[in-house]
Design a protein around this ligand. Structure first.
Ligand code: ADP
Ligand code: MG
Length: 389
């Protein structure tokens, strides 16, 4: 899960990491005055909160010297489509704008903690040449990038922090402050089960103050069970439908096609989507109802699929393993009745008690086509979706 800049910086603050004085985020340009007041004296910086880098170059980070200027920028920025080199041509809609006090910048440093797959260790990546993107730096001047692995149990050792400080040319009197900040950023990474914590730029002011000016965090979804606060957060990258599916324990990802797929098991779901594509169709979603695909789950899944107005046919491809095919058939029948299904339904069952399952479907009186193989099911679904257009 990716966090927005202001969310990352709020977390930094609770770990004692210096961030700019802030007026918080506004979702309505009319709230700008209160935010400016809260941030303190000008000038201020208005920053589009979208999950993409390169906002500065894309026009998503603007300096405002006066209140009037801030108001003008806010009016343009709230609701705009921001295009950066990390977005597609359409860009991302700016729902929130962060209002920070502007800092005087003497130097911009790059600092991040990532998981290095090769060594299996959290690793600090840093460079005295911050401000520009690390990918660009890695390409043009790989020699100015420092790497330091960190023991996940012990965190950053003070000697490691000092080594980094020297290599980054941190002023003598600020070495202690830098070591503290670096080890706190490592703690953020470890405590929040992050896969990335990035501060670009980490600045030195003309007074040699160290401030995390920007913040980016990615956390591990698989650790959300022990990160209650993160789990409760609204993920801007997830659609309304995906959010609802998640609540009911379904793995659902909306796609662009018109064949709604209901499958158990992620591997089978991927295989089904591939087969639909191979048959010349296009899946409307990825949906894994899980191993225990009972009547309730199947009904919920069907309801979610049908809320997508692009869906023109529904393909059910379920393997009866833990759950027997007759149980699944009853689930499909009950679900089709519960939602009063009007769209073409294609069902392919395989596995334990498949005969009984098929007979139940046959005798249910519900309009559907059955298929004996996935290939047959996919072809039938593609044909049905074509006709019901
Ligand atoms: P992005 O990485 O998406 O481009 P940043 O937050 O890094 O966004 O901002 C881009 C640049 O804007 C920074 O490198 C810095 O020079 C400037 N900037 C950002 N925030 C501030 C601030 N609070 N005060 C002064 N300059 C800022
Ligand atoms: Mg940045």
């Amino acid at each position: 899960m990716k966090l927005l800049e202001y969310e990352a910086k709020e977390i930094f603050k609770t770990f004692g990491i210096a961030v700019p004085s802030t007026g918080g985020v506004i979702r309505d340009a009319n709230d700008i005055d209160a935010a400016l007041k809260k941030a303190g004296d000008g000038p201020w910086v208005l920053k589009a909160q979208v999950l993409a880098g390169g906002r500065g170059k894309g026009g998503g980070v603007k300096l405002a010297k006066t209140e009037a200027e801030a108001r003008e920028i806010a009016e343009k920025m709230v609701g705009m489509q921001l295009v950066t080199h990390q977005t597609d041509a359409k860009g991302l809609k700016v729902e929130e704008v962060l209002v920070d006090q502007a800092s005087d910048i003497a130097r911009e440093i790059y600092f991040s903690v990532v998981m290095d797959r090769k060594s299996g260790m959290p690793t600090i990546i840093a460079s005295a040449e911050g401000g520009i993107e690390i990918e660009v730096l890695a390409h043009e001047k790989p020699e100015v990038i420092l790497k330091m692995p960190v023991d996940p149990d012990r965190g950053l050792e003070p000697y490691q922090g000092r080594r980094l400080a020297f290599d980054l040319n941190i002023p003598q009197k600020q070495i202690g402050a830098f070591v503290k900040m670096a080890s706190r950023l490592v703690q953020v990474f470890l405590k929040l089960d992050a896969s990335l914590v990035e501060v670009n730029p980490l600045i030195l002011t003309p007074e040699d103050e160290l401030i995390a000016l920007d913040g980016k965090m990615v956390t591990d979804d698989n650790a959300l069970f022990r990160q209650k606060e993160l789990a409760a957060r609204r993920d801007p990258e997830i659609s309304e439908l995906e959010r609802e599916a998640k609540k009911t324990g379904l793995s659902y990802i909306g796609l662009d096609g018109n064949i709604g797929c209901m499958v158990n098991g992620a591997g089978l779901a991927m295989g089904t989507m591939d087969t639909v594509s191979l048959a010349g169709g296009s899946p409307a979603n990825f949906l894994d109802v899980g191993g225990g695909a009972n009547e309730e789950q199947v009904t919920k899944a069907l309801k979610i699929i049908l809320r997508d107005s692009k869906v023109k046919a529904v393909l059910v491809n379920i393997f009866g393993g833990i759950m027997r095919c007759d149980t699944i058939a009853n689930g499909v029948i009950a679900a089709a009745k519960a939602v009063d299904l009007k769209l073409p339904l294609i069902v392919r069952l395989e596995g334990t008690n498949v005969k009984e399952g098929k007979a139940l479907l046959q005798d249910s009186g519900i309009k559907m086509e059955q298929a004996d193989s996935l290939w047959e099911a996919a072809q039938k679904a593609v044909a049905a979706a074509g006709e019901s257009k």
